[in-house]
Design a protein around this ligand. Structure first.
Ligand code: NI
Length: 133
């Protein structure tokens, strides 16, 4: 891919902030940090405009709560057209980590994630959305 160069004018404080982020997030240089920020902004914009996006729902729950798995499966079947894959990892005696790869309209992914995260017994849940590039 062709790379173009352009000049950026920034106040000193913003430049200091950019360099702080480059260091903290371990970007190799300022350009990579700016690429990341543009992409992040553009993904959020696609999300807001309800475009087709891809992502992952991550859930941590106690599998001893039996009804939880039935409810989760029911919900996943209702949204089967959005789900690409489900990975289940047994973290320890009690806890399971489920990673559900999803693709579809941002609003639908959000609604699926909200329903799963709201199930009683889910300890933590998060939806990560990215663009389809
Ligand atoms: Ni498990």
């Amino acid at each position: 891919m062709e790379v173009k160069r352009f000049g950026v004018s920034l106040e000193n404080e913003l430049l200091v902030e950019l360099d702080r982020l480059v260091g903290k997030k371990q970007f190799p240089n300022r350009s990579q940090a700016i690429r990341y920020l543009i992409k992040k902004f553009s993904v959020e914009d696609e999300w807001e405009e309800d475009k087709n996006v891809a992502g992952a729902i991550v859930l941590v729950y106690d599998h001893h709560k039996r009804e939880l798995q039935t409810k989760s499966t029911d919900i996943q079947h209702n949204y089967h057209d959005l789900i690409l894959s489900v990975q289940h990892v047994h973290l320890d005696h009690h806890n399971c980590l489920e990673t559900i790869a999803v693709k579809g309209k941002a609003s639908k992914l959000k609604s699926l994630a909200d329903k799963l995260i709201a199930i009683k017994g889910v300890k933590h849940g998060e939806l990560v959305m990215t663009s389809q590039m």
